[in-house]
Ligand binder design. Structure first.
Ligand code: ADP
Ligand code: GLC
Length: 483
């Protein structure tokens, strides 16, 4: 196995900073890649939580003026992850969510903040750190999208580049005037084959246009984003670059998500003793103020509350949940309007609908361990991770037929013995409600339900093989650049 060195660039990394699945992927992939001969180091911004956890990191570079203020590059490690941290206090030393203010609006200097991250990624690519000169720079999402662009416009020998799309909906769009301020050649880069995007610039578009390879997080999403609708403005570009675009499914960290050892759940269990799930269900019902009943199917949701996730359709399906005798436990945060509507639904249906607004890792584990089914009714879903955790915890996924949900769940109607859940399409409230009714009938047929759970538990949701696909991609990229 040829050893490969890869610099990953990500704006969030679990367990240090997380707002969604990107962090899970950025945190788990480097560790899984070790077995495939890939040495990965990850570059991330020095947010306050990062600086706290990496207080012993080594300073390897210092700049008196980095994008408008003093900056440093640090190298350190945390929880098995080897990290480079870009410590630029005037850009990153802000509490709370990494992208938005306390009022929920994007920081006005996000363009500068994430250009700075990509600039240093490109410099590491050029050999800034003698002890770690990467063969490949792997950029995740728009925040890292300029790394392939800087490497391209710098015009010197450079490593291979990979751009991974975790979500087409976030494209990093800014005014064209920014190009000069961030040190890109304003004329050359403001071009349809560069950063230009509908009269402005887009960091994601830059990465998609200029990286050697493009990946996204499921094969179905890789197809969907080549359409005008799924591409959200970038479908044409992706159709043109289809020969370098592929979909590699996400895995989950099966140590963090292991019902046999999970410290966050009330009762641990495995395939042999699934009956212990009832005890977790009872605790979950208590925590969400739901009636205690083992017979009522308990539906769980763990999600960002955004248009993507289709949770307005679930609100419309509440009458079905009620007349089918089901219960709902929802944990989520995001869109204010959805938060209010869910809280109102919980107030109107005590004992039946339970809602917790917020972000709570521990409760997320308990929902996986105690709910009978996990709902993911997304309008689009690049991969989705909660349905993978659900498979591992015996919560039967009920999902829409899109993106990674299509690729990771086997519908009960399709494959008898191997079915792991329920899929519905089109993504409408009616189709969702009728699938909930079907799932309710299956729940009351105990052998059927048990078979679904056991097939889920037997599904490989780990990173082992999926990391191998990234390793093969890095190696093929190196070979094509040599040849
Ligand atoms: P996305 O990245 O689009 O939000 P994913 O399903 O890929 O969706 O990943 C979401 C991750 O965030 C999962 O690990 C999930 O458990 C976690 N998560 C989402 N919302 C919450 C919440 N309110 N509390 C705790 N964990 C959450
Ligand atoms: C994004 C997507 C989600 C995916 C995650 C990790 O946030 O919305 O589907 O699982 O990234 O790749």
């Amino acid at each position: 196995m040829t050893p490969v060195r890869v610099l990953a660039v990500a704006s969030e990394v679990y367990p240090i900073v997380k707002t969604g699945g990107l962090a899970d992927v950025a945190g788990a992939l480097p560790i899984a890649l070790k077995a495939h001969g890939v040495e990965m180091r990850t570059l991330m911004p020095g947010y306050p939580d990062v600086m706290r956890l990496l207080s012993g990191a080594d300073e390897i570079r210092r700049w008196p003026d980095y994008f408008g203020g003093p900056g440093r590059l640090l190298a350190g490690s945390h929880d098995g992850l080897d990290l480079f941290v870009l410590d630029v206090p005037h850009l990153y030393a802000r509490p709370g969510n990494p992208y938005v203010t306390a009022e929920g609006v994007d920081w006005p200097d996000n363009g500068l903040r994430f250009a700075a991250l990509s600039r240093v990624a490109a410099d590491i690519g050029h050999g800034l750190v003698a002890a770690f000169v990467p063969d490949v720079v792997h950029a995740h999402d728009w925040q890292a999208g300029l790394a392939p662009a800087y490497l391209h416009y710098d015009g010197t020998t450079r490593p291979g580049t990979v751009m991974t799309i975790h979500n087409m909906a976030y494209q990093g769009k800014f005014d064209r005037a920014l190009t000069g301020a961030i040190g890109l050649p304003p004329d050359a880069s403001f071009d349809v084959h560069g950063l230009e995007y509908f009269g402005g610039i887009s960091f994601l578009k830059a990465g998609l246009q200029l990286a050697d390879r493009i990946t996204t997080v499921s094969p179905t999403y890789a197809r969907e984003i080549q359409s005008d609708e799924g591409g959200m403005g970038l479908g044409g570009l992706l159709r043109e670059r289809a020969n370098v675009l592929s979909g590699i499914l996400n895995g989950i960290d099966i140590e963090v998500w292991n019902p046999q050892t999970d410290p966050h759940i009330a009762y641990r269990f495995g395939a042999q003793d699934l009956t212990f799930r009832s005890a977790n269900k009872a605790v979950l019902q208590q925590q969400f103020n739901l009636d205690s009943s083992d017979e009522a199917p308990l539906l769980g949701v763990i999600s960002r509350l955004s248009w993507q996730k289709g949770l307005d359709l679930l609100l419309e399906a509440i009458p079905t949940i009620l007349d089918q005798g089901m219960q709902l436990a929802l944990l989520g945060s995001g869109d204010r309007d959805l938060q209010d509507r869910y809280q109102a639904a919980a107030r109107a249906n005590p004992g039946r609908i339970g809602v917790m607004i917020g972000y709570d890792e521990i409760l997320a584990h308990l929902i996986q361990a105690g709910s009978d089914a996990l709902l993911v009714p997304s309008r689009f879903e690049p991969c989705g991770l909660t349905q993978l955790c659900a498979l591992r915890y015996g919560a039967v996924p009920i999902v829409s037929r899109v993106g990674g949900l299509e690729d990771t769940i086997v519908d009960s109607g399709e494959a008898g013995q191997n079915a792991t859940g329920f899929k519905f399409g089109p993504v409408t409230a009616d189709a969702f409600a009728s699938t909930l009714r079907k799932a309710n009938a299956a729940f009351h047929d105990k052998p059927t339900w048990r078979r679904l759970q056991l097939s889920g538990l037997a599904t490989d949701v780990s990173w082992r093989n999926r990391a191998g696909e990234y390793a093969a991609l890095y190696r093929s990229l190196m070979a094509s650049r040599r040849g």
